[in-house]
Design a protein around this ligand. Sequence first.
Ligand SMILES: Cc1cc2nc3c(=O)[nH]c(=O)nc-3n(C[C@H](O)[C@H](O)[C@H](O)COP(=O)(O)OP(=O)(O)OC[C@H]3O[C@@H](n4cnc5c(N)ncnc54)[C@H](O)[C@@H]3O)c2cc1C
Length: 486
Amino acid sequence: MEEKKDRICIIGGGPAGLSCAMYLEKKGYYNYKIYEKLNKVGGKCWSPKLKVKHNGIEEEKSFETGAIMGAITYHAVSEMEEFGGYFHKGPDFKEGEPNMRRQFLKLDGTIDHPFEPKVNFSFKKLFGLLKLKKQMKKLNELMQTKYKGYDCYGHIGVAKGEYFGISKGVDGHCGASKENSFPNYLKGSNPNLKDLALPFSEFCKLNGVEEVQRIWIAPFTSFGYGFFDEIPAALVMKYLDVTTALEFVNMRLWTWQDGTEQIYVHVNEKLKHPAVLGAEVVKIERPDGKVLVTIKTSEGEKTEEFDKLIVTTPLDQFVNYADATEDEKELFSKIVHERYIDYIATFEEGASPNISGYLVENMVPERLGHAMVYYNRWQYLDRDCPATVYALANHTGTPDKEYDEVMKLMDEDMAKVGYPIKDKFFAQEVYYCPHVSCKDYADGWYDKLEALQGTKNTFYAGEIISFGDMEDTCAASKDIIGRFFE
Ligand SMILES: Cc1cc2nc3c(=O)[nH]c(=O)nc-3n(C[C@H](O)[C@H](O)[C@H](O)COP(=O)(O)OP(=O)(O)OC[C@H]3O[C@@H](n4cnc5c(N)ncnc54)[C@H](O)[C@@H]3O)c2cc1C
């Protein structure tokens, strides 16, 4: 392949930045640099190690503070795995592998079985489940027919009743093959797609499938992606397309033995130019078709010249250090994000949860700041395994919760359901799932972003493009590199 000469700067060494570099290489662009402000790659895929004790012997195991899981629909992530030579475990887990088992708990600590008709049988429960099953089927049919075209990555055209993008279908990226990573695109018109700008709860009501929210809520709201009365249905359905949602229901998920961070560590090692770590981009100037990038490292500041810029970092923060145009300022000021808080907890000896748990009663705005889910990773450690605990701190129309208050509520919740916390590690509040409101979605925010792509030699990638998960993020890189870098 002919080597392309363009000098390209990528801001951010998370999944988006590294996947941009990988896809650039696949297209013959080797003259790029990735700047990452931290001393590690992977961004929100952060898998620290903790010492644990098993049968009296101390060992180190990986835990997750950020991304945990994938599914059969993770096509772009699979390409990253292939490139880096590091692969997932599951969906059938063997002993000694991180598991994905979970249960539902009531706030008094008793186990709930909302989807198992035989346990705690009642006719009400049985009818509820039959109704849910019927509505799942209905939604599945509607998404294939009335909402044909919903399952492309990204949001181009949706607000106008059109679709354009790489297919999310299980056949994988519009027929992309190992030889040709860059696929054809799905394109069409479907006025019904405009409904996807509605909040997910209204979208469900409009289509007579309100019950399905019972299924979607756990992998959506408890995973920090927001509440159904505020999040555009497009975001919910693009992340949890029907195939992915069913993989969640059937617990046919993927995890990574040494953590998701290692996907990106391995990719980074194989890149022609691994990310420059500890290099924060602090200034961008774009005069006369050039891109001047100033980075700050422990050795001070320096400015370098490039031909093109790929921004994979939060765009609402980009305007603070770049010579942003009025269009950029206006558009990026509309971005909102979730405030997701988590920490890894240890418990008194023999008193930790030995299976992950959903606290569904806490997945409502009235219980903002309470623990919604906790993640148990190593089943073989039984009741001595640390767990990651998660809560959301924001909801449109409800005052935000302060970080310290959320931490306190989470501790209290874990104690109430029977797991009093001993110590906490790696506590963090994350800038999570950037997106726009239903109104801005309907006003064509994503089409305006698309129209800006390439102006001032600048391209926007990262989780804002499609959705805040690893797959949508890496697929967005594939899309941007595929279309704008010949
Ligand atoms: C708690 C949690 C659970 C999650 N669970 C899952 C899951 O199970 N499955 C899944 O698929 N996804 C999950 N995700 C989401 C997934 O991690 C993100 O969607 C993904 O990491 C987004 O990638 P990104 O590169 O766009 O952004 P990020 O991961 O945020 O990476 C951006 C990078 O840019 C760097 N940066 C920022 N500003 C600058 C600057 N000025 N100069 C240089 N560098 C800069 C940052 O340090 C960071 O490394 C989870 C995330 C969290 C936090």
